[in-house]
Design a protein around this ligand. Structure first.
Ligand code: GLC
Length: 535
């Protein structure tokens, strides 16, 4: 059982935290109806404490028609009945805290569900139209969309405008069931600040901000044309004022933010992390980076260099509910991640991918800053192939069926090898089918196996919590052969990762703290293996 930690009294816990993402629908099914729920999470809190995470980030658990897995929110102040009740969420937050675990909720400010009361009132012709982007179309009869913006679901041929029977069009960067809010309207700002307070009042420690760089739109909604000049809806300067007001709300509760900011320009990215804006943002360049020593080193160096001037800690992320699972990605010819490159039937060597994912776990947990884990990553779950007739993700449908979508990383977790549905639930079939070999990945089985991914994560998080040198702080590279990443932190902590084909000597040390796989018979570090050492 994990110790209630040090960290609850620590004001800057988030600078070094390990935060575990819970996608409730697929985590654990407490009432047996095939959908994960808060009862399931509450029953597994001891598992999460034993794993040793500092906080849980819940993907949206609010009332939702689930047209985009809950990222289509109909009421920010209500829990979806499939998951439980608000009272249960409050209990969960309190129970997690008892175990030394903080809670983060997920706010989706760019859009709401088309079932949100505001949008329903807007459709009925009310003044709520001003809270969205309604426009007349182009062409002689308004039959063409108001502008040429591309969909945010990459590869999608679908327009971002939908026409209503009355002839007007409304904007939705994602699906038609997710109308975009008009952030130039004061009521939209007011409402979100109230929602933040609502959750901070209920004891949450932080908020993940969905699609954080997309909220503000050029009021003229001009064509995108050739991408020169300020983008009409990505990373607009107006956003910073919005996040400065959010920061003031969070500061009153000692709450923190983590932004979902996908931006290639590192200087623009870092602007969101200035001291009076967001505390942290996800590091998607590290997530997307191929398993290649030189590329990883560049990604790490650039990450640290871009965060330093604003004083924000980096985050290290290998996967989440939107991307291909790590062991699968690292077992493919192309080990990077790119939404546009997703395809059916990509050949995968899972043994290779798992070896690399184990090494990547030790690498990311030794880097300066905070780490995000996505549920099932600690079990080494692979991306699942979902039968075509069971796919639910709109990304698949909006691509015209070429993109497999994101359901493959959202399959209900295996908890008990011998139980029905690998212990996810008890009665009804899980909402997404589990692959036949899922029991082999079950948490109970891995718990007994010293060589399992789960045991590696438990050991790594325990060492990370109890050994000085981890988390926020400086990093110095050590001289190392080509294809090897080796660095020291403070207090004699050293990490080495061999991505070259040849076994290499371990850096100088007095103690081997942990290795992601066995050393060879000469005591050398083999390919795709990482170690933590004490010098
Ligand atoms: C974010 C979420 C993703 C969702 C999208 C629209 O990228 O992570 O799951 O589909 O926003 O809300």
């Amino acid at each position: 059982m994990g110790q209630p930690t040090h960290a609850l009294t620590q004001h800057d816990w988030w600078r070094s935290a390990v935060i575990y993402q819970v996608y409730v629908r697929s985590f654990a099914d407490g009432d047996g109806d095939g959908t994960g729920d808060l009862a399931g999470v509450r029953a597994r809190l001891p598992y999460l404490a034993e794993l040793g995470v500092d906080a849980l980030w819940f993907s949206p658990w609010y009332l939702s028609p689930m047209k985009d897995g809950g990222y289509d929110v109909a009421d920010y102040r209500a829990i979806d009945p499939a998951f439980g009740t608000l009272a249960e969420a409050e209990k969960l937050i309190a129970e997690a805290r008892e175990l030394g675990i903080r809670t983060l909720v997920d706010i989706v400010p760019n859009h709401v569900s088309d079932q949100h009361p505001w949008f329903r009132a807007a459709l009925a012709g009310g003044p709520e139209r001003e809270l969205f982007h309604f426009r007349s179309g182009r062409g002689a009869h308004g039959e063409l969309p108001p502008n040429d913006w591309p969909s945010q679901f990459l590869g999608s041929a679908e327009p971002v405008w939908t026409r209503l029977p009355d002839g007007d069009w409304y904007l939705h960067l994602f699906t038609p069931e997710q109308p975009d809010l008009n952030w130039a309207h004061p009521a939209v700002r007011q409402e979100h600040e109230d929602v933040l307070r609502f959750w901070f009042e209920r004891g949450v420690a932080g908020v993940r901000i969905d699609s954080a760089a997309l909220l503000a739109k050029d009021p003229a909604l001009p064509d995108f044309v050739d991408g020169r000049g300020p983008h009409p809806y990505v990373d607009r300067d107006e956003l910073h004022d919005i996040y400065r007001s959010w920061r003031a709300v969070a500061d009153a509760y000692d709450g923190i933010f983590v932004g979902e900011v996908w931006l290639p320009d590192t200087e623009r990215f870092a602007r969101y992390l200035r001291p009076d804006e967001l505390h942290t943002a996800f590091n998607f360049s590290f997530l997307s980076c191929p398993w290649d020593a030189a590329r990883l080193r560049t990604s790490i160096d650039e990450t640290l260099a871009e965060h330093a001037p604003v004083g924000a800690p980096a985050t290290w992320v290998l996967c989440n509910h939107d991307v291909t699972r790590t062991v699968t990605r690292y077992g493919r010819a192309d080990t990077g991640f790119d939404f546009a490159a997703k395809a059916f039937g990509t050949p995968t060597d899972l043994a290779l991918g798992t070896r690399r994912a184990r090494a990547a776990a030790l690498l990311s947990l030794a880097l300066p800053g905070a780490v995000y884990l996505y549920q099932g990553e600690e079990l080494g779950l692979p991306e699942a192939d979902i039968p075509l007739d069971r796919i639910e993700d709109p990304m698949h449908f909006r691509s015209g069926g070429t993109d497999p979508g994101r359901d493959g990383c959202r399959v209900p977790l295996p908890w008990a090898a011998g139980a029905p549905y690998a212990g996810f639930g008890s009665r009804d079939e899980p909402w997404l089918p589990q692959p036949a070999d899922w029991p082999a990945y079950a948490a109970d089985r891995q718990s007994e196996d010293p060589g399992s991914m789960l045991r590696l994560y438990r050991a790594a998080l325990r060492i990370r919590r109890t050994t000085p040198g981890f988390g926020d702080g400086p990093l110095s590279w050590l001289p190392a052969p080509d294809g090897v990443l080796a660095f020291t932190r403070t207090d004699g902590l050293t990490c080495a990762v061999n991505l070259s084909e040849r076994p290499v000597d371990l850096p100088e040390h007095t103690q081997l703290l942990l290795s992601s796989g066995p050393l060879d018979d000469k005591g050398l570090l083999p390919q795709d293996t990482a170690v933590w050492l004490h010098a």
